[in-house]
Design a protein around this ligand. Structure first.
Ligand SMILES: *Cc1c(COP(=O)(O)O)cnc(C)c1O
Length: 354
């Protein structure tokens, strides 16, 4: 169990492929299949653009295409990734109103909405905050923002494919993800979908851009291609991963992740350790943060000795948290093995403290 995610053998083997031109029919067929399948995961009628970048690049692209310098936005900050978006928007000259929440809590929609006015151009919400293992109620944000001028921008990098997202029903205006988290593929590609409301804002954005220009991307997307050479091998991987996802069924994956997380949370608490999540209702089904103040390095190295790989904490919780992924190809048995080894680590730690 690791973060980013383990790549299934089938996905690895799909990359064992002869080189193809990104201007060939063969490429376009894969591109079309991937974007068509991704629409089903985003739950949208909007087209899905393919960018060769990581998820952060896709967020930067949304800022560049849907906003202009001086625009006012609201960012609920519940962890490192939401804070990073606030900083990124400031670098581009947007006026950012941060709404801070204690790390381990979900963003309270009512509190956030108090900052939204008629001049608010966007609200940037992280679907699944990977630094704290907490998800936000995107549906509630969509309801609250529906009749406002603001665009609802959602980072679902560690959500999409593992945690339900319904772009159209939830009134999401810009949704983005990347290939290497719940999509079980190598890094290299990001995927973005925009609502009509967001496309109308693209017309007014005054930022210069070329590589990340959504209007250019849209033209190429019509013929199932991209402006420049894309990460073709990552696309082969995502194509196969999506086949696996639909074979298992999205609903079944969401349930598997939820059940794995439930057992994980119970098992962690049984060892006497604490979760970072302050309200388990919003504990992420794709990633769990365990709160071990000052001891994260100890847990990571002790688990690694037992062949269990977990992620470290992220600033400012670097030393205080380790993170366990349940996204992607994680089975009930993986959770059992993890809990068994964790119990052993905790037992040894308690012995050494006594
Ligand atoms: C991993 C992650 C990112 C950053 O994605 P990159 O592809 O590394 O740029 C952004 N947001 C969230 C929630 C993430 O988990």
């Amino acid at each position: 169990m690791i973060g980013p995610t383990a790549i299934p053998g089938r996905v690895l083997r799909a990359m064992n492929h002869i080189s193809i031109s990104h201007r060939s029919k063969e490429y376009s067929a894969v591109h079309e299949r991937v974007t068509t399948n991704l629409k089903k995961v985003f739950n949208t009628k909007n087209e899905v653009l393919v960018l060769t970048s990581s998820g952060t690049g896709a967020m930067e692209a949304v800022i560049l295409n849907c906003f202009s310098a001086g625009d006012e936005i609201v960012v609920p900050v519940i962890g490192k990734f939401s804070e990073q978006y606030a900083q990124m928007a400031e670098i581009y000259g947007l006026k950012v109103k941060r709404v801070m929440f204690e790390y381990g809590r979900t963003a309270d929609v009512e509190i956030v909405m108090k900052e939204v006015t008629s001049s608010t151009k966007g609200v940037f919400v992280v679907h699944n905050e990977s630094s704290t293992g907490i998800y936000n109620d995107i549906e509630a944000f969509g309801k609250a923002l529906k009749d406002t001028n603001a665009l609802l921008v959602v980072d679902s990098v560690s959500g999409l494919g593992g945690l339900e997202i319904r772009m159209d029903e939830w009134n999401i205006d810009a949704a983005l993800t990347s290939s290497q988290k719940a999509l079980m593929s190598p890094a290299g590609l990001a995927f973005v979908a925009l609502s009509e409301k967001a496309w109308s804002k693209v017309e007014c954005s005054s930022f210069p851009k070329y590589y990340f220009d959504f209007k250019i991307a849209r033209k190429f997307n019509e013929v199932h291609q991209t402006l420049t050479t894309p990460a073709v091998y990552t696309l082969f991987a995502v194509d196969e991963a999506l086949k696996m996802i639909f074979e298992e069924g999205l609903e079944n994956i969401y349930i598997r992740n939820k059940n794995n997380t439930k057992r994980l949370l119970e098992g962690i608490k049984e060892t006497g350790l604490n979760l970072l999540a302050k309200d388990e209702k919003f504990a992420s089904p794709t990633l769990t943060a365990v709160h071990v103040p000052g001891k994260s390095k100890y847990f990571i190295s002790e688990l690694a000795k037992r062949d269990v790989i977990v992620g470290g904490g992220m600033p400012p919780l670097t030393e205080d948290v380790f993170r366990v992924g349940t996204m992607g190809y994680v089975s009930k048995n993986d959770v059992t093995v993890f809990l068994h080894e964790l119990k052993d680590v905790v037992k040894n730690l308690n012995l050494s403290l006594n």
